[in-house]
Design a protein around this ligand. Structure first.
Ligand code: ADP
Ligand code: MG
Length: 419
């Protein structure tokens, strides 16, 4: 009475689909397409090999790949699966098409609200939610199919009970197996990416440390001679060129510093200094690059704010974040910098009214070489995050696309751990 072989085949089809997806390397832009292709194939394959719960009726687990399509691929994928299922069912002909159609409507109605929410949940909640959705959709689909059962096996209450319990249980079980597998595979993939990233950073660090020193020395010599030439009687045009040379040399120096921050923590002395005074000094230095962009730097702060850490590294973080703020304000404006003390922490807020970022963009901050600028390196934030982390502090970002961004550096007043 129970088509156990075909039931297992249905589950196997779904599992094979998941395994195929995670064993091939897919470019980001093709991900949805591949999820769509795999889930459509799994949906139709489940329908080709249906199983029996009570005599005279055939069922399949098609709603599992469809639900997985919705939850992991989004609306487009889920709807493509549904359409494929309906077209195939229509091709088979008969009364069953309407049952399939009503079931499809019920499934969409129950799932549609969970799609945007699903990926924001944690792993445990995702598994529970997927199982709850599988249970409720299968119950609804079973109710819709009940009329057919009733017509075909009118007197058998036992059959109906077996049908309802079996149908729902199988769906929840299949969903549990699938979601567990997907979540495990996802975690493995994320770990693999993390390891690759760490390896990349390691290589970068080694490379940076070995060449930075060699390059810095000749650069310092060149800068010195250009400055010397600048102080002589030269035409205005030549002066302009020399200033450009110095600016570019400074930029190169900053890039080298950022690279160097990625190397292993170096033993550098921590010292106690006044944060407000220091931030004011950095703001003054940066005003030369803010002015041409019509950006004013406004600074407010608690005068009794001291910090014990490595001052050079701290300056590097400030310069990176403030420069980013200035560069984000393409139409000019005021960059606000606030310094305050809270409990045992010093908080420096850098607020711009620039282009702002979406949640996705915020999530990418600090990843190696992520930059949206033509001349950007994508190193500044990565180095800053690392330095602040070494100082036992953290950087928080609050941003709204088109409105502006607030970067908050939160540091313990005394990060005696030497970096
Ligand atoms: P770079 O400045 O060289 O591009 P960063 O690591 O400093 O590299 O910044 C990486 C990216 O983060 C920038 O290209 C930009 O897209 C984004 N970003 C950083 N700060 C801001 C900000 N204040 N406003 C908007 N986008 C920002
Ligand atoms: Mg930058």
């Amino acid at each position: 009475m129970f088509g156990i072989k075909d039931l297992l085949l249905n589950i196997l089809i779904i599992i094979i689909g998941i395994l195929i997806y995670y064993s091939i390397k897919i470019e980001q832009r093709f991900q949805k397409l591949i999820i769509g292709l795999i889930s459509v194939t799994a949906t139709v394959a489940c329908m080709i090999f249906p199983f029996t719960i009570v005599p005279g009726n055939i069922y399949d687990l098609r709603s599992i790949p469809i639900l997985l399509g919705f939850l992991y691929g989004g609306y487009e994928v889920g709807l493509a699966d549904l359409l494929a299922a309906l077209l195939y069912r229509y091709g088979l002909g008969g009364y069953g098409f309407y049952t399939a159609l009503y079931s499809a409507i019920a499934l969409v109605g129950l799932t549609v609200f969970f799609v945007p929410l699903y990926q924001t949940l944690n792993r445990k909640r995702r598994i529970l939610t997927a199982m709850a959705i599988a249970f409720s959709t299968s119950l609804l689909i079973a109710l819709i199919g009940y009329y057919r059962i009733h017509e075909l096996v009118p007197d058998s209450k036992e059959n109906i009970l077996v049908f309802f319990a079996g149908f729902c249980f199988l769906h929840v079980l299949a969903m549990w197996v699938s979601v567990h597998l997907i979540e495990n595979m996802r975690e493995n993939k994320a770990m693999e990416i993390e390891m690759q990233k760490a390896e990349k950073l390691h290589v970068l660090g080694e490379l940076a440390a070995s060449i930075a020193h060699e390059i810095r020395n000749p650069m310092t010599v060149v800068r010195g001679f250009v400055q010397l030439l600048c102080s002589r009687e030269v035409s205005e045009e030549d002066k302009r060129y020399m200033k450009l040379i110095i600016d570019e040399l400074d930029r190169a120096e900053e890039i080298i510093n950022d690279y160097l921050s990625l190397t292993k923590p170096q033993i550098e002395k921590a010292e106690t200094f006044d944060v407000v005074e220091h931030v004011r000094h950095i703001a003054n230095v940066l005003s030369s690059c803010a002015k041409p962009r019509n950006v004013e730097i406004e600074m407010k702060g608690d005068s009794s704010c001291s910090l014990t850490t490595n001052q050079v590294r701290f300056s590097q973080v400030l310069v990176n974040l403030m420069k980013n703020g200035i560069e984000a304000m393409t139409k000019g404006g005021t960059l606000q910098v606030f310094v305050c003390r809270k409990d045992e922490h010093v908080i420096i807020e850098i607020i711009d009214t620039g282009v702002g970022m979406t949640r996705d963009e915020i999530n990418r901050l600090g990843t190696p070489f992520y930059s949206t600028k033509e001349k950007g390196t994508g190193l500044g934030l990565m180095a800053s995050y690392r330095i602040v982390q070494l100082m036992n502090g953290k950087i928080q970002v609050d941003s709204e696309k088109g409105k502006g961004t607030c970067f908050s550096i939160i540091l313990p007043q005394s990060s005696r751990k030497e970096i």
